[in-house]
Design a protein around this ligand. Structure first.
Ligand SMILES: *[C@@H]1O[C@H](CO)[C@@H](O)[C@H](O)[C@H]1NC(C)=O
Ligand SMILES: *[C@@H]1O[C@H](CO)[C@@H](O)[C@H](O)[C@H]1NC(C)=O
Ligand SMILES: *[C@@H]1O[C@H](CO)[C@@H](O)[C@H](O)[C@H]1NC(C)=O
Ligand SMILES: *[C@@H]1O[C@H](CO)[C@@H](O)[C@H](O)[C@H]1NC(C)=O
Ligand SMILES: *[C@@H]1O[C@H](CO)[C@@H](O)[C@H](O)[C@H]1NC(C)=O
Length: 468
């Protein structure tokens, strides 16, 4: 079977209120200069490690450029599992736009990003779980993680980083501030709520969470979402759609026989597209012929084959990796394949992580951001294969039901051209909760333009699409 690996972001954001002021040991880590950046920092940047249980978790914190004491504090985590939050920092919404270095191979040039989330929020980028990005341990067994351990560690990180940031920033900056976290799966929210109930210090006044293009439940994600998406987007014909519906009868969990054959046809039709944004161009490595023919002698993603190479122009904005989501695999308990294992199942087309790789592996950059050198923390990779990740939490639906019925707000959003975790699946699982519709499907508007659609449900649950 010709399989492709799908990668998606699973992230949740959490609104938190700091309700208590905290005494903490001063561990200041202000960033005073950044190689590649010659301008003036629009606000203070801090970075460093939070260490516990032999785990060194790396974070990069940016004070809001607007009103730090009123603005939310965002904790951002990329999914994967195993992908670094510097993906978000470099390619998505960080404070800088990274320009490929000139001449070839030199450090990237950093420009201020006018759309940085730091314009309106205090934001923490965390490399999690331990072993990802700049986060490391001297004890290899700390690279064994699962959903629940990761949630517990991230919660622990949050408690500790709140202590530290209270100290390194003016007390007033974070006092009564709010935290908005982009985090792995709703398991963290459950941890946070548990911590609140146990009156753990500092008390986090948890408000709610956001998830963007996140997988949630096998019944709704994967092929069940992809097939109607591909048809609706005009990527497969009516005939093919009818054929797969007939052959699979809505059961895509273990495609066999004619179901498998018709899915293969769909897979063929979709190959060559940028799965993270079907309208986006596909990045082609100029040094190989991979764009004309699927390279069967090496199934490694281009970004892995070329790790460290700096010759390619950054023509296409690289899309975020997220939790890997092989087309044929479904969320279940058990071991998550390592990235090389995943790569053997298929290629990850269209992505390029050169700029981030060049920048974050430069020792002077590491020194500036208070990250350990490669000799200690290891080389930075956008998605790490040194962690051994196991699922464990299963379906996310019980978490969502628990959190929303306890009064926490949830915004579940989808980029509507993402084929990795198509909105069709997300729409289906949010609907499946069976909450009363209180804001019926309608467009939402930004700058006098329709920016997407939303449906509001009871219990402060909103499903929303973002139009590209
Ligand atoms: C490494 O971590 C494991 C699991 O936490 C622990 O049992 C072991 O003692 C640690 N090894 C060292 C050398 O500290
Ligand atoms: C396929 O990949 C291998 C290993 O990266 C490379 O040597 C070979 O030239 C590639 N073939 C094509 C047709 O791109
Ligand atoms: C970088 O190197 C490639 C291949 O050697 C070359 O084609 C390209 O023009 C170079 N780009 C720059 C900006 O020097
Ligand atoms: C949901 O809440 C109940 C009651 O508080 C709890 O026992 C259960 O473990 C929770 N389930 C999840 C998945 O968080
Ligand atoms: C929805 O959120 C608002 C604002 O946080 C809150 O006042 C309200 O009680 C919530 N509604 C429900 C049904 O939880």
């Amino acid at each position: 079977m010709d399989s492709r690996s799908f990668f998606s972001g699973v992230l949740i954001c959490v609104l938190l209120n700091f309700a208590s002021s905290v005494e903490a040991a001063p561990t200041g880590s202000l960033i005073t200069e950044l190689p590649g950046f010659n301008g003036v920092f629009p606000s203070n940047h801090h970075s460093g490690y939070i260490t516990f249980d032999e785990k060194n978790l790396f974070y990069y914190f940016i004070v809001s450029e607007r009103n730090p004491s009123k603005d939310p504090v965002v904790l951002w985590l990329n999914g994967g599992p195993g992908c670094s939050s510097f993906d978000g920092f470099v390619y998505e919404h960080g404070p800088f736009n990274f320009e490929q270095g000139k001449p070839n191979g030199s450090l990237p040039i950093l420009h201020l990003n006018p759309y940085s989330w730091s314009k309106v929020s205090n934001i923490i980028y965390l490399d999690s779980p331990c072993g990802v990005g700049m986060s490391y341990s001297k004890n290899q067994s700390k690279y064994i993680n699962d959903d629940l351990q990761t949630a517990a560690d991230t919660h622990n990180f949050l408690l500790k980083v709140i202590h530290r940031l209270h100290t390194v920033c003016h007390q007033s900056i974070l006092h009564r501030g709010r935290v908005l976290c982009g985090i792995y799966v709703p398991t963290l929210s459950a941890e946070v709520v548990k911590g609140i109930k146990a009156a753990q210090n500092p008390i986090i006044n948890f408000k709610g969470y956001l998830i963007g293009n996140g997988v949630s439940h096998t019944k709704f994600d994967g092929l069940a979402a992809l097939v109607p998406f591909a048809h609706g987007m005009g990527l497969v014909s009516d005939d093919m759609f009818e054929e797969v519906e007939r052959a699979c009868k809505g059961n895509y969990q273990n495609p066999i026989g004619s179901c498998s054959i018709s899915i293969d046809k769909i897979d063929q039709a979709l190959s060559g597209l940028n799965i993270y944004g079907i309208l986006d161009p596909c990045y082609h490595d100029p040094t190989s012929d991979q764009h004309t023919e699927r390279n069967t002698s090496s199934n490694l993603p281009i970004s892995f084959q070329q790790l460290g190479a700096t010759e390619r122009p950054l023509k296409v904005r690289k899309r975020m990796f997220g939790r890997a989501w092989p087309l044929w695999a479904f969320e279940k308990d058990g071991n998550f394949p390592s990235w090389p294992e995943l790569a053997l199942q298929g290629s990850v087309p269209c992505v390029n992580d050169d700029v981030a790789t060049a920048w974050l592996n430069d020792e002077s950059v590491r020194k500036s951001i208070h990250a350990e050198p490669k000799s200690i923390a290891g080389p930075w990779e956008i998605c790490s294969d040194r962690i051994d990740y196991r699922y464990g939490a299963g379906s996310m639906l019980p978490y969502h039901r628990n959190l929303t019925t306890q009064g926490y707000r949830a915004l579940i959003y989808s980029g509507d051209h993402d084929m990795c975790v198509p909105f069709t699946g997300t729409q289906a699982w949010t609907r499946s909760l069976g909450y009363k519709i209180i804001d019926e499907w309608r467009s939402w508007v930004s700058n006098h333009q329709v920016a997407g659609y939303l449906q509001g449900y009871a219990n402060n649950l909103t499903f929303l699409t973002i139009k590209v």
